[in-house]
Design a protein. Structure first.
Length: 201
């Protein structure tokens, strides 16, 4: 049984969005409610665009994909069954579209052979962000392969759990942990090299 929020309150920009309220928006969107769709768009547009553009490094193409994602949400809202969170479901659509672009561009390569080591360490990447070296961090993120960049982005910037990330990108949870571990290692190595180079200049 759903505890429905009054629609007038739900559509207010200041209303706090939870997965339950996002699910309520999806039910309204399934009934072709344009105001509910606009509210969902307002809530997810910025993080989705950042997620897509981080991978493509092309804001124009990212904007096109963002449009396609929300078009799929509008058309497919009735098919949302609530097996995952709304955010996870929408980000999964975006991820698949980005992977389609990579395939069409010939940019997808096989996953390199890596030892199965899960990431259980403290948030080293968060420490780097706290150091306010955003330019270096952006450079280092750009050096990661798409699967590593996705894992880092969803973990630290979208605050998704490993289980949610596994649902978004369609891999086992253990694979997500491994990717995060290796991505953090690569980021730290790049970050240290950039900081040393900066100190010499």
């Amino acid at each position: 049984m759903h505890c429905e929020v009054p629609v007038a309150a739900l559509l207010q920009p200041s209303f706090a969005m939870t997965n339950e309220t996002l699910s309520q928006l999806m039910r309204l969107i399934a009934q072709q409610d344009r105001a509910a769709f606009a509210r969902l768009y307002q809530h997810l547009e910025k993080p989705l665009f950042r997620f897509i553009s981080l991978k493509l490094n092309d804001p124009f193409r990212a904007a096109d994909i963002l449009h396609d994602v929300f078009l799929d949400v509008w058309r497919g809202a009735a098919g949302f069954q609530g097996k995952s969170s709304v955010k996870t479901w929408v980000f999964a659509i975006a991820y698949r579209k980005v992977m389609d672009v990579f395939r069409s561009d010939g940019r997808l390569v096989g996953e390199e052979e890596l030892p199965e080591r899960a990431d259980e360490s403290p948030g080293a990447v968060q420490c780097m962000i706290a150091a306010q070296e955003q330019e270096i961090l952006r450079h280092c993120l750009g050096t990661l392969k798409a699967e590593h960049r996705s894992a880092i982005d969803l973990t630290f910037f979208e605050d998704m759990s490993y289980r949610e990330i596994a649902e978004v990108i369609g891999v086992p949870e253990g694979t997500v942990k491994t990717r995060v571990f290796h991505a953090k290692s690569l980021l730290l190595r790049c970050f240290e090299m950039q900081m040393k180079s900066k100190a010499r200049n």
